[in-house]
Design a protein around this ligand. Structure first.
Ligand SMILES: [Fe+2]
Length: 405
């Protein structure tokens, strides 16, 4: 999607004869908005519709947790039990009609192939290296990568041997895009954007498979999973071109923006979705005015929910927060630095934290998994009296770090 790309063998023009060893190839236009949106054109050895058997339709079941009280939440996700593969292992944490946010710690290899037929996906790789094998070619990934998988992309995760895998997964019925304000009218990323086209990595190598057999493809459709068996390898493409394809962007390539006084969260925006944004918080110099308070002012998210996933940083000096911690600051409540923290922050010159934030403009619903991971204490961590509510001191609680955002 970020720019025009091509791989493999293509004919001179669209919609003309293209052969492989004398065999006429099957041209597939994969696109959005009828025939008006972004598209790619793929040339298959065989029709991609060669279904020989239908499996069961498996509806998606979500177990909602409706908390007794509306409050800030801190979920400890690091020890969530590993399960399944890169798709079946997704454990839904929170969702609304615009986005689903899941944890995934896969331990199994995908037996078949997967295609999300109704959602774009962003897979943030907290831990793990490997390759996503796709119909568009290989997409290598490593720690810190966001893997963007447009709907319609048939894929299979192939983790590197012995590589621990830990993902944060976003799925949306809308389109994942690069924020419009980063691009000029021609689509090029402008000088003020926090990343450039060279930071975006499309598929590296197209592998054309020529195997007959029985290949299981699971497709997410109609809020469930439908399994199909086809009689030819789904990665039978000899060439493709266009604007629709999977790609990666590393959080380590996000160029943070620093101001003389505090810069607001939109300066950290990485992706846009319908009614939500995904932001990257990266190591950076802090605000440099002699009188600047380098951590945020309190803010009330009157029309948004703020979910932050803690990735890495100087957590040893900040008790309470952990790798994989998730905080949720829901609609209608103010939040900010704990008492005393603004004073403590004066003179700080840099931060070394990494975090991924998702702000949604509609309320998020929580799952039973979120209930299991909820620490039940975070909402009290701003109280001036350290013994109020939970008996912990401000330094023991995570508001200090997450309220930086
Ligand atoms: Fe915030």
């Amino acid at each position: 999607m970020p720019f025009y790309q091509r791989l493999g063998d293509l004919p001179r023009k669209r919609h003309i004869v293209h052969r492989d060893n004398g065999t006429l190839l099957t041209e597939e236009v994969m696109g959005f908005e009828g025939f008006s949106g972004l598209e790619s054109i793929l040339y298959h050895l065989q029709s991609p519709c060669r279904v020989i058997a239908l499996g069961e339709f498996e509806p998606i079941v979500r177990t909602e947790w409706v908390p007794d009280a509306h409050a800030h939440r801190h979920l400890r996700t690091w020890d969530v039990p590993p399960a399944g593969d890169a798709v079946t292992g997704r454990q839904l944490l929170m969702w609304n009609n615009d986005v689903e946010i899941s944890l995934c710690r896969p331990t199994e290899l995908m037996e078949g192939f997967f295609r999300n037929g109704e959602r774009d996906e962003v897979v943030f790789v907290h831990e793990g290296t490997g390759v996503v094998e796709t119909v568009f070619g290989d997409v290598p990934y490593k720690n810190g990568d966001y893997i963007v998988l447009p709907r319609g992309t048939t894929y299979r995760f192939a983790p590197a041997d012995e590589s621990e895998q830990r993902y944060l997964v976003f799925e949306t019925p809308g389109l994942i895009t690069i924020p419009k304000r980063y691009r000029n009218e021609h689509g090029q990323l402008m000088e003020h954007a926090p990343y450039y086209h060279r930071d975006i990595h499309p598929p590296t190598e197209l592998r054309t498979h020529r195997d007959k057999g029985e290949f299981v493809v699971k497709v997410r459709v109609r809020d469930g999973y439908q399994t199909y068996v086809i009689d030819y390898h789904p990665f039978d493409v000899v060439g493709w071109d266009g604007y629709v394809y999977p790609w990666t962007f590393s959080i380590h390539d996000f160029e943070p923006i620093t101001g003389r006084i505090h810069m607001p969260p939109p300066s950290h925006q990485t992706f846009a979705g319908p009614n939500f944004v995904i932001c990257s918080f990266c190591p950076r110099k802090l605000d440099f005015d002699p009188e600047a308070i380098p951590i945020p002012y309190h803010h009330s998210n009157l029309q948004s929910e703020e979910m932050i996933y803690y990735v890495d940083g100087n957590f040893s000096s900040r008790k309470g927060i952990e790798l994989g911690s998730v905080t949720l600051h829901p609609t209608g409540l103010p939040h900010g630095p704990q008492p005393g923290l603004a004073e403590k922050s004066l003179g700080m010159t840099e931060t070394h934290e990494y975090a991924v934030m998702c702000d949604t403009f509609n309320p998020l619903r929580l799952t039973a998994l979120a209930s299991d991971l909820d620490d039940g204490k975070y909402m009290y961590s701003w109280a001036e009296d350290a013994t109020t509510g939970n008996g912990r001191t401000p330094d023991d609680d995570p508001a200090g770090i997450t309220s930086h955002f």
